[in-house]
Design a protein around this ligand. Structure first.
Ligand SMILES: O=P(O)(O)OC[C@H]1O[C@H](OP(=O)(O)OP(=O)(O)O)[C@H](O)[C@@H]1O
Ligand SMILES: NC(=O)CC[C@H](N)C(=O)O
Ligand code: SF4
Ligand SMILES: [Mg+2]
Length: 494
C-alpha cells in the first residue's frame, strides 16, 4: 500500500515565500434562495481575483443534507456546468476561492481547499475563511496534544477543532467561543442546516458585506460579488460583528471587546476590485485619487502617462488628470493570462512579465514616459517593464508607484515574499531607482495614501486608522507564531 503522510507539524506555517504579494481569499454565502449554488458560483467568479488556486462550494438541502464540491483551479472551469451544479442542491450555500497563506509550499493541496465541512455534537456545518490566524500553530499544537486529528495544513482548521471541543450548545455560540481564542485577521462564514453566519475580526482587517436579493440574503468579501447576481448592497459587516441569518432575518451581535478598527489599506491599493465599494468609497475613486496625490507629491515633465495594467490604471488616470500629461495605453495586457499563469519550463519562466504585458512600441518611441504601477515588491515587474520600454525606444522612464515602499511582510492573509526579498527592506528610494535603472522613481507617501482613501489629515501616527504594517512595520496584531518560532523579529515586537 502506498504510504500517506501528513505534512510534518512544523511545516504548516512556514514562510511560503511567494514571488509576489499574492491575493487573499474570497468568500460568498447565500441564505434562502433555491439553487443557492448557482449564486455562489457567480459570486465566486466575481471574486476570482482574490484567489485562483482552488475553489469550493458547500450547500445544504432540507431533504438531502450537506453537499460539497472542492476543486483546484478557476471557478469557470469547475462550477459552470449543469451537472456540477446539480450535485449542489439546496437554499443555503457557502463558497470560497483560495490563495493560501498557510500550508506547505507549492500549490494548494486538495485537503486544504475550503470550505471545511464538519460534524459537531449539535449538527453539521461548513466554514470558510479569508485572512490568516497568527496563533494557529500554537493552537494546533495544543489541540493535537489533547487528541484532535488535523486533516489539513491550513490555519483555518484550528477554528473547526476549537468549535468541535467547545462548551456551548449552538454552532453560533461555539463559533464565538472559538473566535475569541484565535488571533489574527479573519472574515469567516459558516453555514449550518438553517443558518448563514458571518463574522469579522475585531480590527476588521478583511472585508465582508451583506446583500439582499428578493427573500434571500448574501454575505460576500466585496460588493462586486453582489453586483454580479443583481443583489442589493445592504451594509458592511462591522469590525468585531457577528451576524446570524435565518428564516426570521438578520441578527447581529458583538462577541469581542471593542477595538479600534484597522482595515487593510492595501485592499484600497490593489487587492479589491476597482468596481467594489469599501467603507462607502469606490475603490476606483480611491485609486484615481492616489494618482492625483502622486502627481502633487512627485511631479515630472513628460509626454505620456502609462499604466502598468490592470491594477495601475486608475492611479495612472488620476496622475494624468492632475498633471495634465496625456494618459495613453503604452503597455498592453494579454487578457488570456491569468494571475497565476502556469510556467512550465525555466525558459518560459524567464520570459516573466512578457507573457502578460507588452509595450505599445509605436506609441512610446521617442517619448518621455511616466509609468504608474500599484506596488513594487521584488521589483521584478518594474525591471522587466523598464527594459521593454527602453527597448521600444522611449527617451525617459519615470516610475510612479501608487503605494509606499513595501518593506515588511503581511501576516494577515496576503502571501508575501521573505522580508529580505522585498526590495524596499534593504534599499532606499534612490537605491531602488539606481537598481531599476530608471530616470526617476517615486512612491506615494503614507500620508498621501491616507489622504487618497479619505483621511483628509493623513495618517494619525498615534492612532493609525488602517493596518499599514507592510509599509510601516507597525503590526496591529502580534504575529505570535512567527515570533515564537524565531522566524521574525519585528519593530512592534521588540
Ligand atoms: O515588484 P514585483 O515583485 O514585480 O511585484 C509588483 C507587481 O506585482 C503585482 O502585479 P502582478 O503581475 O503580480 O499581478 P496583476 O496582474 O494583478 O497586476 C503588482 O500589481 C505589481 O505590478
Ligand atoms: N488568503 C487567505 O485568506 C487564506 C485563508 C487561509 N489562511 C488559507 O490559507 O486557506
Ligand atoms: S500588512 Fe499590509 S497587506 Fe497585510 S493586512 Fe496590513 S496593510 Fe494589508
Ligand atoms: Mg501588476
Amino acid at each position: 500500500m502506498p504510504e500517506t503522510r501528513l505534512a510534518p507539524l512544523a511545516s504548516p506555517f512556514e514562510d511560503r515565500d511567494g514571488d509576489k504579494l499574492r491575493e487573499e481569499c474570497g468568500l460568498f454565502g447565500v441564505f434562502g434562495l433555491s439553487d443557492a449554488a448557482n449564486f455562489v458560483a457567480l459570486g465566486l467568479h466575481a471574486l476570482q481575483h482574490r484567489g485562483q488556486e482552488a475553489g469550493g462550494i458547500v450547500t445544504h438541502d432540507a431533504g438531502s443534507g450537506f453537499h460539497s464540491s472542492k476543486k483546484l483551479g478557476y471557478v469557470r472551469d469547475n462550477f459552470t456546468t449543469a451537472e456540477s451544479m446539480a450535485e449542489l442542491p439546496g437554499r443555503i450555500g457557502l463558497g470560497h476561492v483560495r490563495y493560501s497563506t498557510a500550508g506547505g509550499k507549492g500549490a494548494t493541496a486538495m485537503r486544504d481547499v475550503q470550505p471545511f465541512l464538519a460534524d459537531l455534537a449539535m449538527g453539521s456545518m461548513a466554514l470558510a475563511h479569508n485572512g490568516n490566524l497568527t496563533n494557529a500553530l500554537s493552537i494546533r499544537r495544543e489541540l493535537i496534544e489533547r487528541g484532535s486529528v488535523f486533516n489539513s495544513s491550513s490555519d483555518t482548521e484550528a477554528v473547526v477543532h476549537l468549535m468541535a471541543r467547545g462548551f456551548h450548545r449552538t454552532i453560533a455560540d461555539r463559533m464565538k467561543e472559538a473566535l475569541r481564542r484565535v488571533e489574527g485577521a479573519f472574515s469567516i462564514l459558516c453555514i449550518t442546516e438553517n443558518q448563514l453566519i458571518g463574522c469579522r475580526d475585531p480590527l476588521g482587517v478583511r472585508p465582508l458585506v451583506l446583500g439582499r436579493l428578493g427573500k434571500g440574503w448574501m454575505l460576500a468579501s466585496e460588493t462586486c460579488a453582489l453586483d454580479i447576481v443583481g443583489a442589493e448592497f445592504v451594509r458592511e459587516i462591522l469590525p468585531g460583528e457577528m451576524v446570524i441569518i435565518d428564516d426570521r432575518g438578520v441578527h447581529s451581535s458583538a462577541p469581542f471587546e471593542t477595538q479600534r478598527p484597522r482595515f487593510c489599506i492595501f485592499e484600497h491599493v490593489y487587492f479589491s476590485r476597482p468596481d467594489s465599494v469599501i467603507g462607502g468609497r469606490s475603490v476606483y475613486e480611491s485609486r484615481r485619487q492616489i494618482g492625483v496625490e502622486l502627481a502633487r507629491e512627485a511631479p515630472v515633465e513628460a509626454d505620456l502617462v502609462c499604466a502598468v495594467p490592470d491594477s495601475g490604471t486608475p492611479a495612472a488616470i488620476g496622475y494624468s488628470q492632475e498633471s495634465g500629461i496625456p494618459f495613453a495605453m503604452g503597455i498592453i495586457r494579454n487578457q488570456y493570462v491569468g494571475r497565476t499563469f502556469i510556467e512550465p519550463t525555466e525558459q518560459i519562466r524567464n520570459m516573466g512579465v512578457r507573457l502578460k504585458l507588452n509595450v505599445n512600441r509605436a506609441l512610446v518611441r521617442g517619448k518621455r514616459v511616466v509609468l504608474v504601477d500599484d506596488s513594487v515588491v521584488r521589483g521584478t515587474t518594474s525591471l522587466k517593464i523598464k527594459e521593454m520600454i527602453l527597448d521600444a525606444g522611449a527617451k525617459e522612464v519615470h516610475f510612479r508607484i501608487a503605494s509606499p515602499p513595501t518593506a515588511w511582510p503581511c501576516f494577515y492573509g496576503v502571501d508575501t515574499p521573505d522580508k529580505e526579498k522585498l526590495l524596499a527592506s534593504h534599499m532606499t528610494e534612490d537605491e531602488m531607482r539606481v537598481h531599476l535603472g530608471v530616470d526617476s522613481l517615486r512612491f506615494i507617501s503614507l500620508d498621501g495614501l491616507y489622504r487618497a482613501v479619505g483621511e483628509g489629515e493623513g495618517r494619525d501616527p498615534s492612532k493609525p486608522q488602517y493596518c499599514d504594517a507592510c509599509f510601516s512595520g507597525e503590526y496591529p496584531i502580534q504575529p505570535s507564531d512567527m515570533i515564537e518560532s524565531g522566524r521574525i523579529s519585528l519593530k512592534a515586537a521588540e
